[in-house]
Design a protein around this ligand. Sequence first.
Ligand code: CP
Ligand code: NVA
Length: 320
Amino acid sequence: MKELERVINIQEKQIKSDFLTLSDFSSEEIFYLLEEAVYLKKLQKNRIAHPFLQGKVLGMIFEKSSTRTRVSFEVGMYQLGGQALYLHANDLQLGRGETIHDTAKVLSRYLDGIMIRTFEHEKVVELAEYASIPVINGLTDLHHPAQVLADLLTIYEHKGKLQGLKMCYVGDGNNNVCHSLLEGAAKVGMNISVASPATHQPDEKVVKTALNIANETGSIIHIGEDPFEMIQDADVVVTDVFVSMGQEKEAEEKRQKFTSYQVNESLCKYAKSDYIFLHCLPAHRGEEVSAEIIDGPHSVVFDEAENRLHAQKSILKNLL
Ligand code: CP
Ligand code: NVA
């Protein structure tokens, strides 16, 4: 029985860590997660088994649709020797009004981690507060940090560095991907400029957080309205859908407002000649990006999609 007590003590002492936003992590921790992603990618490419999470189970709660996030987290858990459960919110009592508090407490008794994709960011924060197991943000209305970790990995692979590069995000600034890019770029010392209409600029609190991080790392952040000005000499050009999940009612209005924010040849002429183009996908050709750009020689969107798998395996290995 003495032995058992020792094991219990060790378990109680472990501090759980969540993955809710990139600003929760130090620059060193983000670089470490990226290094681990490179390592895990190598193991997988060389078909070397890496069952670091044998016996572990990840629950994946979805309140919104997903192709990449669902498949990459699920496959990632299998490759790490564990298992993943797909839990659609409508099939859980959560969808019938059971509280986040009770859901967090109950799931913590069965699982080793929870990945959640939902609407309000506060829901993920609340889930993490009451869960005794790590909670991973698989996209909220405010942030998409797992996506941006994969984006940083993709940029690093194509450019050989992150620090000092210039990224330009064009489109809806008040957007989960844009918000996580602001924090992620600032953390790794990359410069970032955002071009979006005055009515759809990034969330003020997120910008403030990113500026504070940038103060420490030396990143330069510009927020503006003119895409031609913002994209000057960019190494990395990024966009995302004009209408995010949950914004269907504003779709028509947004599409009209964003017509001059399409990433196309005439805009990208002002980026560096060897710029790379990123898009988290799904994409709408002819809306936020022209087909010639997303299907053209500068586009690395499928490397980016693949890197969701490797970046998330790094998160899973280090949190679970
Ligand atoms: N980029 C991304 O999160 O894709 P899914 O919505 O398909 O998961
Ligand atoms: N901003 C998009 C990202 C999709 C992965 C959305 O929230 O729908």
